[in-house]
Design a protein around this ligand. Sequence first.
Ligand code: ATP
Ligand code: MG
Length: 524
Amino acid sequence: MLKSFRAHLNEPLPVAVAHGAPRVIPRAEHPVSRSDISPNALRVLYRLKEAGFQAFLVGGCVRDLIIGRHPKDFDVATDALPDEVRRLFRNCRLVGRRFRLAHVVYGRDVIEVATFRAASAPPPSEDPVPAREEDEAELLAAEADDDELDDESDDDADDADDADDAADSAAEDARGNALNSAAANAGAASVHRVQDDHGRLLRDNVYGTIDEDVWRRDFTVNALYYNIADFSIWDYVDGLADIHAKRLRLIGDVETRYREDPVRMLRAARFEAKLGFSLDAEGSAPIPQLRQLLAGVPPARLFDETAKLFLGGHGVESFRVLRARGLFGVLFPAAEQYLLQHPGSLVEALLVQGLRNTDSRVAEDKPVTPTFLFALLLYGPIAAAIETLPQQRWHEPQAILEACDRALRDAQQRVSIPRRIALGVREMYALQSRLEGQRGRRSLRLLEQPRFRAAFDLLALRAAIGLAPAEIAQWWNTLQAVSPEEREQMVAAMPQGTAGNAGGGESTGTPRRRRRRRSRSGGG
Ligand code: ATP
Ligand code: MG
């Protein structure tokens, strides 16, 4: 369906708009069709419109519809305040610490509805900055209130009436801000907006109009608004021209915008990788001076960004762009250091091949896991940690685990790795030596291990690169494919101690079977 609109992309574009007023592109002159918008998003837009509010699709979904891609999610922007949105939808909950957003929930499909905002700041879901105590109290109160209205919620909303009052008065305050004059609003802004020493926005609570909302968005291509009232697109920033030119241009003063939110540097890299767009010279220039500011971003947020960069189907390209922009080393200093010290290494080949496999899985709609991703990203640091030990210890399971723990601990300084994932990475590495060594009956039990599949994938990848014996990976591959009877035969037929350790040809300290263990397990 989307393909039929591609024809529009080649048409020449009328250009610049007067600063402050949008260029309104009527339906007949753009390719965004309601048939490509999710029915739930349309439902939300129409309900808001029927209640007398403005309602627009905004951000990546409009951008993606224009270039003929299927949007990952649909975001709605409106002049309705969060509490007003909540009253319109029973299936709605308010979320966000720093800034309230409404989520309208249709099963697994969540439509995010954001009230126009006056200041520049990322959505709170993007930046889990701790809330002030009073924000927290308001949030808890509103959530209790929300539960009461929510059909599917537990019925534990004590004090819901008080909560409703609190939420209402907060909404009234906010409405007051939104409707105030610009000068008064600027005064409110100084109270509600907080920056750190580097200019990073920590809190931002000022509602605004669409004219103001547009300036807080990151890139011009992400700042187009699709108006449900007449199906036109509003373009304040020449975003449409930039989409057609495949150009990423930041809105406003580039350095200020990066300082406010250093993650915008990563978002730029992600959009370059994902969309094949190019960050313009102005946006590229300050990155070398400013990239270290990413060290001040909460590690949990950097984990989210890492997942978006590498698990979204464009991991190989993300890796290339991040390295070219000097951003990979800010996220994963030890991995970057390894790559720099071992140019053209097998570890680099493994990382790229692993990302390529992940991209293929995404393209085929197969599940991908952050555990496998972090196992790839930490391969170099784990190898480096092992290499600090005397060579005779390099293949000891205990040494591998200790190296793994060290690499995980180091990496956590920048990018938080949830415990579940860290444990998974550890198990994957612990299983490498067992997979290479265990060839007797116990092999069958290894197959039942919850992490077997992930560990086998890593083994197969290592084998493909030359970091593990190919025949062992092949043996496990066959073992999984055959019937239980054939498995028994394979295990019985396995001559003792044939598991050769081909080695990697590189002293990367890659996990390998401990020799003593091989002869023991071979007899088991
Ligand atoms: P994706 O295709 O990955 O969903 P997206 O552009 O929709 O890309 P989201 O993270 O979903 O990105 O954010 C939606 C919109 O919110 C963006 O298009 C942009 O307008 C705005 N936005 C998100 N993060 C930021 C940020 N850090 N700074 C400024 N604006 C942001
Ligand atoms: Mg989006």
